[in-house]
Design a binder for this molecule. Structure first.
Ligand code: CDP
Length: 227
């Protein structure tokens, strides 16, 4: 549904650390749309499961968690690069949700059909209201196939690992490039080979390879497409 000259539902998919969140947030800001990063939901379920020491190989337990978990998204309370606060049981888990332990386990959790069904139903309900930039792996293919514009943001694994490394260093934390690269490749492999809603561009997606582009250039190109 297009309610003005701009596309109302913008789907933004792509592999790990391809710059989707940075781009999506800027795009949403400049259009006055809601920014919705669906990765947060998969990360939050994984974080809770790890916290409760659930067996992540137990699909039915993890699925039940995804069906019942209360994840709160609030306006950012700190200016430390976050797009929002992610709060679980009154604890701010915004950055914990992005740590190595969650990175290493989130793709297992997100491959479960029941987890995907529970979370994508909520994503779809919110996305259909329109005026939204929704970011993920399967937004253009599964969650909102009727999106007005579908962008698939890609880059080489090396470039993506470098960006993720720089991001962590900029937050003042320690990081190891080789380790990040290995994990990015592993996560992409699981995400793109899973049976349900694998990572891939929709047939009608515009594919942008951002290897030789900086964040401003990617933003300008996508904004131009939206206009
Ligand atoms: O920020 P980054 O690109 O590293 O990851 P993310 O967008 O936060 O997503 C974390 C993980 O959640 C992905 O590796 C996928 O396994 C899963 N995910 C998914 O399966 N479907 C989505 N729509 C979004 C995330």
């Amino acid at each position: 549904m297009t309610i003005n000259s701009h596309p109302s539902i913008i789907a933004l998919d792509g592999p790990a650390a391809s710059g989707k969140s940075t781009l999506g947030l800027r795009l949403a800001d400049s259009l006055g749309y809601l920014f919705f990063d669906t990765g947060i939901m998969y990360r939050a379920i994984t974080w809770i499961a790890l916290q409760r020491q659930l067996d992540l190989r137990d699909e039915s337990t993890v699925t039940e968690l995804a069906q019942t978990a209360q994840i709160d998204i609030r306006p950012p309370s700190k200016k430390d690069g976050r797009a929002c606060d992610v709060v679980i049981a009154e604890k701010d888990v915004t950055w914990e949700m992005r740590d190595g332990n969650v990175d290493a386990n989130v793709s297992v959790v997100s491959a479960y059909a029941g987890v995907r069904q529970a979370l994508s139903e909520q994503q779809r309900r919110i996305g259909l209201r329109g005026r939204v930039v929704m970011v993920g792996r399967d937004i253009g293919t599964v969650v909102l196939p009727e999106a007005d514009i579908k962008i698939y943001l890609d880059a080489s694994a090396e470039e993506r690992a470098k960006r993720r490394y720089d991001e962590i260093i900029a937050r003042g934390e320690r990081s190891d490039y080789d380790e990040i690269l290995r994990k990015v490749i592993e996560r992409d492999h699981i995400d793109s080979t899973r049976a349900v809603a694998p990572l891939r561009p929709a047939e009608d997606a515009i594919i942008i390879d951002s290897d030789k582009m900086d964040a401003d250039q990617v933003f300008d190109q996508v904004l131009a497409l939206c206009k």
